[in-house]
Design a binder for this molecule. Structure first.
Ligand code: DC
Length: 233
């Protein structure tokens, strides 16, 4: 009966936004506070890009990429605020965090067949329990009926500064202006593609994180979620 099925479904929070808008950090804080699962959907596109590169599959080869994506077994875990992605038994949580893999993820994400291959996995995960998903098309395509959608953004210069600090922390030397150019290029690719572009859903709450800490933003989202009936996991 539909009522019973519905009561077993968890509350889903969809968080979308451009690169370095703070959505990952905020999504993890929200999931931790509510004791929900957390799925970083960008990690799936990143995994496809990295595995394709290892196998010598060009990021433009849509059919072979989709075949690769269909054959992947994704396992996610979120414990003590840390997100882990295991693909076909390999922990890829760290190896996918490079700039080149980020660009590859954006390139493979343009391909509709790749998106279709990953969509079912994302929807299945969201159905089971209280969950926070972040990405580019969660509120518009993956979970159009999510009870809470957030679109997070920040000024490009501030996002570039954040990303630069993060890269320096990982020992990667780049100027802020190089980082800013790369971010702008990625934003353009993600928002101008024909299928599931980065876009605010009509019913999403817009949050500008330019001058706010992740903790403050997370508090607002948790409050909104509780107002809309989210129960802690
Ligand atoms: O969030 P991220 O930087 O890890 O995402 C990497 C790329 O993956 C991003 O530039 C676009 C793509 N992506 C997407 O198209 N749809 C999603 N739901 C998540 C990521």
């Amino acid at each position: 009966m539909p009522e019973i099925a519905k009561s077993n479904e968890g509350f889903a929070i969809a968080i979308d936004g451009p690169a370095s808008s703070g959505k990952g950090t905020v999504a993890r804080l929200v999931a931790k506070e509510l004791n929900y699962a957390y799925i970083d959907t960008g990690s799936m596109y990143r995994s496809v890009a990295l595995l394709a590169r290892r196998k010598g599959i060009p990021w433009e080869d849509e059919e072979t990429l989709a075949e690769l994506a269909e054959g992947l077994d994704f396992r996610f875990s979120f414990r003590d605020g840390a997100f882990k992605v295991v693909v076909n038994g390999e922990d890829m949580s760290q190896s996918i965090r490079t700039e080149v893999v980020g660009q590859g993820a954006s390139a493979v994400a343009v391909k509709p067949m790749v998106r279709t291959a990953l969509l079912g996995v994302q929807r299945d995960l969201a159905r089971r329990e209280g969950v926070v998903l972040d990405g580019r098309d969660i509120g518009t395509v993956v979970l159009p009926d999510a009870p809470l959608k957030v679109f997070m953004d920040a000024e490009l210069a501030v996002r570039a500064q954040r990303r630069h600090t993060e890269l320096i922390g990982r020992g990667i030397e780049k100027t802020v202006s190089e980082v800013q150019q790369e971010l702008a290029a990625r934003d353009h690719q993600d928002s101008s593609r024909a299928t599931a572009p980065l876009k605010q859903a009509a019913d999403a709450v817009y949050l500008d994180t330019t001058a706010q800490t992740p903790e403050t933003v997370a508090k607002q989202i948790v409050a909104l979620a509780r107002e809309r009936g989210a129960v802690d996991g």
